[in-house]
Ligand binder design. Structure first.
Ligand code: GLC
Length: 440
């Protein structure tokens, strides 16, 4: 539905922000608003979010990179939209399952690299309302449901577009049939900012905007200017509490409120996308449940519930959040394997959530045996794998009391050798054997 009021609002806001030159306000150094600082703290306390990668790419069932990986002409690809009818999409069921897992927020792909918008945008007809027989604004339905159930909604937003001619392509999307001569950055930048304005104006409170794709231009000979500061300023002007994050695989830049790591815990670089310094901003690691973000029919290689629970706890042990991904099916359902894992995580967070929510990284860095988290004078020792009846903790603080978290049974402790040793009756076992220490 096109309404002149919305259009006017978008135009008025953009007039002050775009046009090539940054305004004085946009270039001034960023001072987060009071409500933004509060939102950062809430975010840091929340520990678990669910990422959702959903778009028309789910119909090809090859993941969200299919268009570029298979060099599909974007006009051929776009025909999938005319058959997109996710009959089983039910925002209430999604949000309930995610909330029951103990997740405190959902990050949803509003528009991925393929350029298809999952909301009723006025900026392009290539969207779920105008281009599909389904015709429903899934972002509206999700936003309403998230607000109703009291869970935060974040929007993933791609800086890359493999379909629009005006996006000046970088190292990806070169085989999708675009004419590079038609690249027009000012036009594309204005388009993105109008879309962001819609997302931040028409769907109530937005917890975060999660950008992705800056790395597309990391091989340019002349550094590419994404004009991020002005874009971030627009977001903060529209919703000061909205957190800005960017999956650029670098240390955060001015205007960002959180730091994102892809497929690795902060400080690790097993997947080859990380290695950047850790900032003082709230941290988030995004990770897949199987191997792909978007629905990939062949990828049934789901991590076990135990692995995922330990990953969540390990992320908390680093003082970070886990943004755990699900790729819904083309019919709108979350895959059964993903639902099973949400359920298992929910059973764990219901019983043990207190040992991660609202905690900071523990006093001891991750060890072979497990990790630690801290809340005030309580230090939680999470044991994943120990082959002994005692455990030496290199703690500088004094331990006043040690309890097995599950049974509240006191444990024998001995101070010495630059730390504290815990003594168990049995070798600790289970997904996460937690010991609670009261420290001084
Ligand atoms: C990468 C991929 C993208 C995915 C994102 C999630 O940037 O390009 O497809 O959405 O990671 O972290």
């Amino acid at each position: 539905m096109k309404t002149p009021k919305r259009l006017f609002l978008a135009t008025a806001l953009m007039a002050s922000l775009i046009g090539g030159k940054a305004t004085a306000q946009a270039t001034a150094s960023y001072v987060p608003a009071e409500e933004n600082l509060k939102a950062r703290q809430e975010f840091a306390d929340s520990k678990l979010g669910i990422f959702i990668h959903w778009g028309i790419y789910s119909m090809f069932a090859q993941g969200e990179w299919y268009m570029t990986n298979a060099n599909i002409d974007n006009k051929e690809y776009a025909k999938a939209a005319s058959a997109f009818y996710p009959i089983r999409f039910n925002a209430r069921e999604w949000v309930s399952a995610i909330k029951d897992a103990g997740a405190r927020y959902i990050c949803f792909t509003s528009r991925h690299h393929d350029g298809f918008s999952m909301w009723d945008t006025e900026q392009s007809a290539y969207n779920i309302v105008d281009a599909t027989p389904f015709g429903r604004d899934v972002i509206k339905e999700l936003a309403d449901e998230c607000h109703r159930q009291g869970i935060k909604l974040h929007f993933y937003y791609s800086h890359i577009d493999w379909t629009r001619e005006d996006y000046p392509h970088g190292r990806t999307g070169r085989g999708t049939g675009k004419d590079p001569k038609k690249a027009d950055w000012p036009s594309y930048y204005a388009f993105m900012n109008r879309q962001l304005t819609e997302l931040l104006t028409n769907y109530g409170e937005v917890g975060a905007i999660w950008f992705d794709g800056v790395w597309d231009h990391d091989q340019d000979t002349v550094p590419f200017d994404w004009q991020l500061e002005e874009q971030y300023a627009l977001i903060h002007r529209l919703q000061p509490a909205c957190l800005v994050g960017n999956n650029h695989h670098q240390t955060p830049v001015e205007g960002e409120d959180i730091q994102i790591f892809e497929r690795d815990l902060p400080g690790e670089n097993k997947a080859g996308l990380s290695g950047q310094a850790i900032s003082r901003l709230p941290l988030e690691t995004c990770q897949t449940m199987n191997g792909m973000w978007g629905y990939k029919i062949i990828d049934q290689n789901y991590k076990s519930p135990e692995t995922l629970i330990r990953y969540l706890v390990s992320t908390s042990g680093k003082g970070a959040n886990l943004l755990l991904n699900i790729g819904p099916q083309p019919n709108g359902e979350l895959p059964a394997a993903a639902l099973d894992r949400l359920k298992a995580i929910g059973e764990w967070t219901t019983r043990y959530g207190e040992t991660i929510y609202g905690t900071t990284a523990g006093d001891i860095a991750a060890q072979e045996w497990g990790v630690t988290t801290r809340k005030g004078n309580r230090l939680f020792v999470h044991i994943f794998d120990l082959d002994a009846k005692e455990l030496f903790l290199p703690l500088t603080c004094k331990v006043k009391k040690a309890l097995v978290y599950d049974t509240k049974q006191p444990l024998k402790v001995k101070r010495g050798n630059g730390g504290t040793t815990l003594f168990f009756d049995e070798i600790p076992s289970g997904v996460d054997y937690i010991v609670e220490l009261e420290t001084k």
